[in-house]
Design a protein around this ligand. Sequence first.
Ligand code: ARG
Length: 281
Amino acid sequence: MVSNGVADEEWAVRAVREAVPRRLLMCRPQFFDVTYSINPWMDPQKPTDTAASLRQWEELRELYVSLGHTVEVIEPIEGLPDMVFAANGATVVDGKVLGARFRHRERTAEGPAYLDWFERNGYREILWPEFINEGEGDYLRVGRRILAGTGFRTDPRSHAEAQEFLGLPVIGLTLVNPDFYHLDTALAVLSPTEIMYYPPAFTPGSRAVLQEMFPDAILATDEDAAVFGLNAFSDGLNVLLPQAATGLIEKLKDRGFHPIGVELGELLKAGGSVKCCTLVL
Ligand code: ARG
């Protein structure tokens, strides 16, 4: 198969992949439920199974540990069912913590709850933001640049605030499909220079920017995007993603990555999966 002129077999040969151990923050879905709807995946009428969500989450946590990553956990708070989606809790770059300010009142209390964890865990450079931003749901670091989503949750004015505080170039990208309301539902960072994404989730201008910056990116099909295949975590070698994203799993193998399919069907009822559960510290 040929993508942008480079045969995939060639990628596998050229790329020497190495896993970089990470420190991750997660939140056990003890109080997980779908009691309100703030994205098209959430249907409060549909039953949820807290025990199953805990099992699936625990498997993900153990998988991270078995791959050599360090997992910190934050205490879940009753009445905050979406707190399991730790990615939204803040954005951490070089030890600096940009707090999250949520778009919906159902989640606003999570912002201070996460910042409190950072204060108690020795982080000194913390900014309580002026503008709405949903943390690493919309801010994805790729090498020494930050890709920043807007369109549904994060206020575009937050992008300038983040750039000033974090001191890395912030590239704004606009999302247009409500099913892919956070950047991490439509785009995943694979290495300091590689990404995969779903073009129809973006405006034509943002698509052109992505094409310009990452001409060799892996592109997701409708099928892979629909099972949340882009909600993935990569350590540079291992890529953890929803197991139903079979097309992406093949493409990742072709590029020399080690994809690992994960089952997080319970959390998908709230519109979240692997990456949403993971805040990279
Ligand atoms: N129910 C949550 C919301 O709509 C899901 C958050 C998913 N998190 C993410 N990083 N995409 O806010």
